[in-house]
Design a protein around this ligand. Structure first.
Ligand SMILES: Cc1cc2nc3c(=O)[nH]c(=O)nc-3n(C[C@H](O)[C@H](O)[C@H](O)COP(=O)(O)OP(=O)(O)OC[C@H]3O[C@@H](n4cnc5c(N)ncnc54)[C@H](O)[C@@H]3O)c2cc1C
Length: 544
């Protein structure tokens, strides 16, 4: 009776009522479904695409024998997530593997900034470039050892994170008290300047901060940069052996093993609301499926509110809040199948899975600033992945499955580069912008172009067609900037998964704590659904 998770077979589901219906089989939806099944609920997951996974999928469309991750690729947050760890996905086929080094950042002078999983190696490499930086790095790692787990748990817990908050408060004095808090709140550029003399740690912190759409000169970017580099020193940046999709397939297999149902190729078109309560969902093929206790929406906020739930079923405060909802920037992603390794002009001391491309912290800031100012970046800051380096099963021995992505404005008003791109992102613009991105690779790795067997470009439209949550190519379900985090995500409220509609819970990356594959949004929604169902049971009993 269950859908095949790998091929996404759609099967008829006999009963038409479930305790919970989960809309969307992205990592958050799948995590929510797993938790509800663990609680003994009956669960149906409805997914628009032909396969499960959302933005955690892989395919072989670029070239035969090459596995490319269609969207996301590296999973430090999943590896650190107490929720995902608690599912023991290795029993459902997941195997994490690591590249020799976590992150590499090549510089125009041929030197590399390298984050090795072994902190003493990272420190040695930093010290070779600037005496004293090694000790400063190890001191930072030591502080993180004392408090980092509490920070991670605090970020992933529902708001307010009382338990983790107490843990942080208890450990703060041992890491420098308010001084440490100030470090966390500082801009990434400032953290690097305050703590280190050389360029390597500054590049690593800023480059990791650049994974979110927070300006490197704004509060909050330092925390993002520190969080990711310190995860690199603790859990690493693992990838699922065989492709990103193996992670979500393992989540789906666990659902099947618990008796849950998944229907792929089934877009949900509407959530029925009766007397202020979500009671059922309607699918594009005309089914109405009742939800006895809850509907969990792994759906981007802007397509849930005023979309699946019409404005007429929403209170004015939600409609007002959504008018201010800010989506994050758009994205252009290029996948390459290479017939050899990337021919870096100078070889890194250790080969990295994730490679950041920017000549300097200043150039990175400039590129991100151009995107914020609605300009197509002249020299885009690129996140890239050498996937065969991380996982040799991704392509034949001696070759590389490689990708790069960069952000572009949702609505470009000019091209800061020389090509007069307008941001229509038709095929011609995508090809020319991909050439710009490839040009950056060619400068650092002469001969890169001659190794290309095949190239695929996914622009904003192509990304959204493969996952409706990626609105205009946005990767995080809404901006990660401070004004839309915590109690402001997705609209001012309590920062919790409950919505203005009873029985409807927001479980996508549009909810606190936002983007990234940690499953916390889905888990928070599932826990909230269980808590509310209990409360309602108690109330009913009291009423007699
Ligand atoms: C290019 C790219 C690179 C990224 N890199 C990383 C990375 O390396 N590491 C990391 O941790 N994170 C990364 N991210 C972010 C991460 O992938 C997302 O934050 C995460 O997938 C969000 O999970 P989700 O379940 O909320 O949504 P999604 O993964 O987007 O899944 C939502 C699902 O809901 C389905 N859906 C939506 N509407 C409906 C509907 N009406 N009916 C039925 N189904 C519906 C969609 O088809 C989709 O399957 C990246 C994202 C992108 C796009």
């Amino acid at each position: 009776m269950h859908a095949g998770v790998g091929v996404g077979v759609t099967e008829a589901v006999s009963e038409n009522t479930y305790d919970a219906i989960v809309i969307g089989a992205g990592p958050n939806g799948l995590v929510a479904a797993n938790h509800l099944l663990d609680e003994g609920w009956s669960v149906l997951v409805l997914e628009e695409q032909p396969t499960v996974g959302g933005a955690v999928r892989s395919d072989s469309d670029v070239a035969p024998d090459y596995v490319h991750d269609t969207f996301s690729a590296f999973y430090p947050l999943a590896a650190a997530s107490p929720t995902i760890r608690s599912f023991h996905l290795e029993e459902h086929g997941l195997r994490w593997v690591h590249a020799p080094a976590v992150v590499g950042h090549p510089r125009p002078d041929g030197s590399w900034a390298v984050l090795h999983r072994d902190r003493s190696v990272t420190a040695r490499l930093m010290d070779e470039q600037h005496a004293g930086d090694g000790d400063a790095w190890l001191a930072l790692c030591k502080d993180w050892d004392r408090i980092g787990d509490h920070i991670v748990h605090g970020l992933l817990a529902p708001f307010p994170p009382v338990k983790a908050g107490l843990g942080i408060a208890a450990r703060l004095p041992s890491v420098g008290g308010l001084g440490f808090v100030q470090t966390l709140l500082s801009p990434a550029t400032q953290v690097g300047r305050d703590r280190f003399g050389g360029e390597a740690p500054r590049l690593l912190i800023a480059g990791n901060a650049g994974h979110a759409d927070i300006s490197l000169d704004s509060a909050g970017s330092g925390l993002m940069g520190l969080l990711l580099v310190m995860m690199g020193q603790t859990v690493g940046f693992p990838v699922p052996e065989g492709g990103a999709g193996r992670l979500t397939q393992a989540l789906a297999r666990r659902i099947e093993s618990l008796g849950g149902h998944i229907r792929c190729s089934t877009p949900v078109t509407r959530i029925d609301v009766e007397s202020g309560r979500a009671t059922a969902v309607r699918t594009a093929d005309g089914d109405r499926i009742a939800a006895g206790r809850a509907v969990i929406a792994d759906v981007v906020a802007s397509k849930l509110y005023g979309g699946l739930v019409p404005d007429s079923d929403l209170p004015a405060r939600t409609r007002r809040g959504m008018r201010r909802f800010q989506i994050d920037p758009s994205t252009v992603k290029v996948d390459w199948a290479l017939d050899g390794p990337v021919p870096w002009a100078s070889a890194p001391p250790y080969a990295a899975g994730t490679v950041h491309i920017a000549d300097s912290v200043d150039q990175m800031s400039e590129a991100l600033g151009q995107v914020a100012a609605n300009a197509i970046p002249a020299e885009p800051f690129m996140l890239t992945g050498q996937m065969t380096t991380a996982d040799p099963t991704r392509s034949p021995a001696g070759t590389e499955a490689m990708w790069a992505y960069t952000h572009v404005p949702q609505r470009a008003t000019r091209d800061a580069g020389p090509d007069g791109l307008t941001g229509t992102w038709d095929r011609d613009e995508l090809e020319r912008f991909a050439d710009r991105m490839q040009g950056r690779m060619e400068t650092l790795a002469p001969g890169f172009g001659s190794r290309i067997v095949a190239r695929r470009i996914l622009g904003p439209r192509e990304l959204e067609a493969r996952d409706a949550n990626l609105v205009g190519g946005a990767v995080n379900g809404g901006t990660s900037q401070l004004h839309q985090q915590l109690v402001f995500r997705p609209t001012p409220g309590l920062g919790r998964a409950e919505t203005a509609v009873r029985g409807l819970f927001l479980g996508s990356a549009s909810a606190h704590p936002g983007g990234g594959v940690h499953g916390a949004c889905g888990m928070n929604a599932a826990r909230a659904a269980v808590a509310h169902a209990r409360l309602e049971r108690v109330r009913r009993r009291r009423r007699g």
